[in-house]
Design a protein around this ligand. Structure first.
Ligand code: TMP
Length: 212
């Protein structure tokens, strides 16, 4: 498998989406990707055709009909299974590069540490769903839960974003542990956008320029 799989993770409002857009502009010009290969920008949930419908089902802010936490876990897992089979695996097998806004670390952080579903169950499910696909690089954009709420105060929150500060604290704590356990790259994301984009570019150059 010659393609590369890069993931950005972090709590809501950490700036992942902005940084992925920056990366999507910069990577094709960086010289890191072979000429006959392409770059795919994707996300979870919602990176596949079916996944878009699953995303609507999970994030729809209708409290009365919200899924149970087990259903929520299985929906995120179904989204990932479809994303891997239809988008990620075929692209990597053909040598293409992928940048994804979230991957399995988010399930461990949100459903494991946030919802407090057994980490063991989540890891077992991850083994089934991920079919040995592991990101080549995961970057954790770290901001505080308080900053996350402040940054999103004028935006309409989806069902997960509406959970509030205590939930976000648990998720953030989880992300920090997962990042250390899995040697993710950690970037303090309260700095300005350009400096964060620079740091991300340097990480990619260091990691990928020798083994194209
Ligand atoms: P997004 O807003 O970054 O696209 O993510 C959608 C929401 O889904 C976000 O609040 C985090 C949450 N989420 C989980 O709870 N578990 C997961 O496995 C994933 C991928 C996202």
């Amino acid at each position: 498998m010659k393609g590369k799989f890069i993931v950005l993770e972090g709590i809501d409002g950490c700036g992942k989406t902005t940084q992925i857009n920056e990366l999507y502009k910069w990577l094709p010009k960086s010289g890191l990707i072979n000429k006959n290969r392409t770059l795919i920008k994707t996300r979870e949930p919602g990176g596949s055709f079916l996944g878009k419908e699953i995303r609507d089902m999970i994030l729809n802010n209708n409290k009365l009909n919200s899924p149970s936490i087990l259903t929520e876990l299985l929906l995120y897992s179904a989204d990932r299974a479809e994303h891997i089979s239809k988008v990620i695996l075929p692209a990597l097998q053909n040598g293409h590069w992928i940048i994804s806004d979230r991957f399995s670390g988010s399930t461990l952080a949100y459903q494991g540490y946030g919802r407090e579903i057994s980490i063991d169950i989540i890891k077992k499910l991850e083994n089934i769903v991920c079919q040995n696909i592991k990101p080549d690089l995961t970057i954790f954009l770290e901001i505080s839960p308080e900053e996350s709420i402040l940054r999103r105060k004028n935006k309409v929150a989806d069902r997960i974003e509406s959970e509030g500060l205590d939930f976000l604290k648990k998720v953030n704590h989880g992300f920090k542990l997962i990042a250390l356990e899995n040697n993710w790259e950690i970037i303090k994301a309260s700095e300005d956008l350009t400096s964060i984009a620079d740091q991300i570019q340097k990480l990619l150059i260091n990691k990928f320029s020798l083994n194209k």
